[in-house]
Design a protein around this ligand. Structure first.
Ligand code: ZN
Length: 152
């Protein structure tokens, strides 16, 4: 399946949205599909360590947790209800199964959803991913600099 966007900017070649979102879902750079998006669990690298594509332009904000809750809720709740109706297990058994499963699913899905959203933004030239983007204008004259971490 290929999703192409209609691109009105002649100097911006169309990008494959599905491929970029899938690369992001696999925690890979949407541009080269080789480098890693995240340096830590949810900390997006300033740029790709393979192709140097700048990734800090993303504006995922609250969307990844929203979609993660939506997805995990639609997996866990029907399963829990079906088990309850079919077997009526004790409450302690329900809690000992569904709570860890919910936490584990959220932990696994959250960075993948964030990566897919970054891929979506990259493929559609959203925010700073557009070549004509003026970063200073977006931040009111103050351009955020990458955080340099020093190891002690
Ligand atoms: Zn890359």
């Amino acid at each position: 399946m290929t999703i192409k966007i209609k691109n009105t900017d002649s100097h911006c070649p169309p990008r494959n949205v599905f491929q970029a979102m899938f690369s992001g879902f696999m925690l890979k750079c949407p541009s080269c599909n080789q480098g890693r998006i995240f340096g830590k669990y949810l900390k997006v690298n300033h740029q790709c360590d393979h192709c140097s594509e700048e990734l800090h332009f993303h504006r995922a904000d609250d969307a990844p947790p929203y979609f993660t809750i939506f997805i995990v809720g639609h997996i866990v709740v029907p399963l829990m209800m079906a088990i309850e109706v079919a077997y009526k297990p004790n409450l302690w058994l329900q809690l000992s199964v569904w709570l860890p499963l919910t936490v584990a699913l959220c932990y696994w899905i959250l960075p993948r959803v964030k990566g897919a959203l970054i891929g979506l933004q990259w493929a559609n030239y959203m925010h700073g991913f557009h070549p004509d983007h003026d970063e200073a204008e977006e931040y009111g004259g103050h351009v955020p600099q990458p955080v340099v971490e020093t190891k002690v």
